[in-house]
Ligand binder design. Structure first.
Ligand SMILES: [Zn+2]
Length: 402
C-alpha cells in the first residue's frame, strides 16, 4: 500500500459551488478526500508534470441529494398487486432491494439520500453499509422507524404511539439509532375527494412533545404532512422539515419562514399518478383533481421561494412510479416548470439539504470534504446535462455539527 497521500485534480470549464455558479475554468486539487485548493484556470498540464492524475470535464457541482426516499421500496413497478407483494418479501430480499436503490442513486449522481422511514430499519443497515465505498451506495441519512397513531396511515414505515409517556419513551429510544425522527402527522390525500379528509394524527401539543423530546436527544423531526389542519400544526410545532405539504397556504409559509421550518414538496408521486392515471384506474374527474392539486402546489412552491422558506428537493422515491436516482431529475423539472431558476433549484438539491442536516461545509469549498459530480457539459446550457455524469465522488465521513 502506498504511503503517498492520495491526490488528484479535476479541471472543468465552469462549476457550481452549491450556492453560486462560476462561469470560468477552474482546477480542483483533491488530497485524501478533501479539497486542498480551488484555483482559477486550467492547471492540468502543470499538475500532470508533477504526476498528479487529472480528470477533465465540462462542469463540476456538489453531488445531488434526494431529501426524501424509501430505499426498501422499489418505485419501478406500477402494478399495485406487485407493489403489495414486494412488501411481503422476506427481510433479506427487501434489504437487497434497498441496496439496489442506493447503488442506482449513486450511479445517477446522488451522493446522499435521506431515508424517510421503513418498518424494518433496513435504512439504518444500509446507512452502515454505505460507509464502505466499495459497496457503491449513496451515503444515507436515516430516520429509521417513524412514529404514528394506532390504526392510522404509515404502517410500512412507523410504530404506534399513544399518550404523552409513550411519545417520550418511543422518541427517546428511536433517537438512539436514527438521524432524524419521522412523524406521521397526517394521513394521505384522498384523490377522489381532492382533499385530505381525515383529522391530523396528533394535536399541536403532542407534535410539540415529539419535537421537544427529539431535540433533547439532539435530533430534528421530519413530518409527513398534507392538508391545512396538519400544516398549521407542523408550522407551529417547530418541526425541522415538512414533507409533501400539499394544500399549502400563505399563512403557513410565513410561519415556516419565521420558525425555520424547511419544506420538501415531493411532486413526483402525485405527478406520476396524474401522468399515468391508468396505473391506478383514476376517473377523469380524479385526474382533474390531481392537476388542480399539482398546480396549487406549484404556486405555493413559487411563493415559498419568494418568501424565503428553506426548500429541500426530495422525490419520495420508492413510491409508485418514482424510481430511485432518476426521480431527482424529474423533481428538478417540476421545480423549473414552476419558474424557479436553475441556480435556486440546484441549491435545493445540494447545499440547502446539507445545511439543513447540519453539515458545517455544505458546499464545494477549500478545506471541505470532496463530494462532487462531474458532468460533460453545464446544466445551465442544457439541464439534460445533469443526466450525464462522467464521475461521482461521494464523501463518506461526517463533518456534521450536532
Ligand atoms: Zn415518503
Amino acid at each position: 500500500m502506498s504511503t503517498e497521500p492520495q491526490a488528484f485534480a479535476v479541471v472543468v470549464d465552469s462549476w457550481f459551488d452549491g450556492e453560486r455558479r462560476h462561469d470560468a475554468p477552474a482546477t480542483f486539487l483533491i488530497r485524501d478526500g478533501r479539497i486542498e485548493d480551488i484555483a482559477a484556470g486550467d492547471l492540468g498540464a502543470d499538475l500532470a508534470r508533477r504526476r498528479v492524475a487529472v480528470e477533465r470535464g465540462g462542469f463540476l457541482m456538489p453531488g445531488l441529494v434526494d431529501a426524501h426516499v424509501h430505499l426498501f421500496l422499489d418505485g419501478a413497478p406500477t402494478d399495485s398487486k406487485l407493489r403489495s407483494e414486494h412488501l411481503k418479501q422476506p427481510l433479506e430480499q427487501l434489504t437487497e432491494a434497498a441496496r439496489a436503490s442506493a447503488r442506482q442513486s449513486l450511479a445517477c449522481g446522488i451522493t446522499l439520500v435521506r431515508d424517510a422511514g421503513d418498518r424494518h430499519g433496513i435504512n439504518n443497515r444500509i446507512r452502515e453499509e454505505a460507509a464502505d465505498p466499495r459497496n457503491g451506495f449513496s451515503r444515507v441519512r436515516s430516520s429509521g422507524l417513524g412514529v404514528k397513531r394506532a390504526k392510522r396511515y404509515g404502517t410500512f414505515m412507523a410504530m404506534d404511539v399513544s399518550d404523552a409517556d409513550s411519545i417520550r419513551e418511543s422518541v427517546t429510544k428511536l433517537a438512539q439509532d436514527n438521524d432524524e425522527i419521522k412523524l406521521l402527522l397526517t394521513g394521505i390525500i384522498d384523490f377522489d375527494a381532492g382533499a385530505v379528509t381525515d383529522e391530523p394524527q396528533f394535536t399541536l401539543e403532542e407534535a410539540r412533545l415529539v419535537v421537544e423530546t427529539a431535540k433533547a436527544c439532539g435530533r430534528r423531526v421530519l413530518a409527513h404532512c398534507s392538508g391545512e389542519k396538519g400544516l398549521a400544526i407542523a408550522a407551529r410545532a417547530g418541526i425541522g422539515s415538512i414533507e409533501h405539504g400539499f394544500f399549502m397556504d400563505r399563512e403557513t409559509l410565513a410561519l415556516m419562514r419565521d420558525n425555520q421550518v424547511a419544506w420538501t414538496p415531493t411532486f413526483c408521486p402525485v405527478h406520476f399518478q396524474w401522468a399515468h392515471p391508468e396505473a391506478v384506474g383514476w376517473s377523469p374527474q380524479t385526474v382533474g383533481n390531481l392537476r388542480r392539486i399539482l398546480d396549487d402546489h406549484a404556486r405555493h412552491l413559487q411563493l415559498a421561494q419568494e418568501m424565503g422558506v428553506t426548500l429541500l428537493l426530495g422525490t419520495d422515491a420508492g413510491s409508485m412510479g418514482v424510481r430511485h436516482g432518476h426521480a431527482v431529475f424529474e423533481e428538478i423539472e417540476r421545480y423549473l416548470e414552476v419558474g424557479l431558476n436553475l441556480e435556486a433549484v440546484l441549491q435545493a438539491a445540494t447545499s440547502s439539504v446539507r445545511r439543513h442536516f447540519g453539515f458545517d461545509l455544505p458546499r464545494l469549498a477549500r478545506g471541505g470534504l470532496f463530494d462532487g459530480l462531474l458532468l460533460a457539459g453545464s446544466p445551465f446550457a442544457d439541464s439534460a446535462n445533469l443526466r450525464r455524469p462522467l464521475a461521482v465522488w461521494a464523501a463518506r465521513s461526517g463533518e456534521e455539527v450536532t
